[in-house]
Ligand binder design. Structure first.
Ligand code: RIB
Length: 298
């Protein structure tokens, strides 16, 4: 296996995307105006974003017999699929409604994503060099175990605990170097429905050694570490589909940091990449290439 900068241990989903005038209401039956099937999953999207941003990334996760096109999507994007596991359970999928404003709501079927064994986790982590970034989301099983094993092996953990249920507060998030949340995840995790600043105060007090990145959609994003805070704006964009905007942000933020960018510059770079993804339909397919985001060198 080639040297990698990031191991992304994360989900792979088949995204079934329905364009609708509005989200389906209780007791309503609604015809969609368009349907498409895309490669997705927060894990896969973040691996694609990292690879498109020029990072040497390997993806670990599990697919079923119906998921080979997801492996192919990763390979085509330049992601190392050496650690991809195969099982008998069907591949995870997501039913995604996209309304006229480009907003989405997502129903997840975890499938193979949540059938990863501890032996498989140990087997993969045992092959990863100390200091490598381990990127995680909350769409696979046994994350607390994975985080503890990774920390013991000296990996640097970055986590986007999405989707964020009540179980996440009990995860050993203090082991994370970087914690990515959006407003909804920040509110769930902090137990505070207040302003982003109030949520960040709570998270920074709870995880004083982690940098906390909070994305705010059209309102930009904030970064906090201990007492240091700053905000970056989102470049204006005509919204087509917000799916994977956060995943794009995460991948490009880590990529920019790996290029040696300051946190401010990395946040601006990630906000630009996220805004480009929002202007396009689909998840992985909407993620920009490095040349669209990083200034030309030389
Ligand atoms: O973040 C977007 C992703 O969330 C979609 O691709 C879908 O699969 C869900 O995991």
């Amino acid at each position: 296996m080639d040297q990698i900068d990031v191991l992304n241990f994360g989900s792979l989903n088949i995204d079934l995307v329905y364009q609708l005038p509005h989200f389906v209401r209780p007791k309503e039956t609604l015809s969609c105006t368009e349907f498409a099937r895309f490669a997705g999953g927060k894990g896969l999207n973040q691996s694609v974003a990292l690879a498109r941003a020029g990072v040497r990334v390997a993806h670990a996760g599990k697919i079923g017999p119906d998921g080979e096109f997801l492996a192919e999507t990763l390979r085509n994007a330049g992601v190392d699929t050496h650690f991809l596991l195969r099982g008998e359970e069907p591949t995870g999928h997501a039913v995604i409604q996209v309304d006229r404003e480009g907003q989405n709501c997502i129903l997840l079927y975890p499938g193979a994503n949540c059938s990863i064994t501890r032996t498989e986790i140990r087997g993969i982590l045992g092959q990863i060099r100390k200091g490598t970034i381990l990127l995680l989301q909350n769409e696979i099983n046994d994350l607390p175990f994975l985080m503890k094993e990774a920390a013991e092996r000296g990996l640097s953990i970055a986590i986007n605990p999405a989707p964020c249920g009540p179980e996440v507060a009990a995860y050993p998030l203090e082991l994370a170097e970087t914690l990515f949340v959006n407003e909804v995840e920040g509110a769930e995790l902090s137990g505070c429905g207040g302003s982003p600043a109030e949520v960040l105060d709570i998270l920074c007090a709870r995880y004083p050694h982690s940098e906390i990145i909070m994305t705010l959609g059209a309102d930009g994003a904030c970064r906090a570490k201990g007492p240091d805070r700053f905000h970056v704006a989102s470049p204006p964009v005509a919204v087509v589909d917000t799916t994977s905007a956060g995943d794009t942000f995460t991948g490009y933020y880590l990529a920019a940091k790996l290029r040696g960018y300051s946190p401010e510059r990395a946040m601006e770079t990630a906000a630009l990449a996220g805004s480009i993804a929002v202007g396009r339909a689909g998840a992985a397919v909407s993620i920009p290439k490095a040349e669209e985001v990083f200034p030309a060198e030389g």
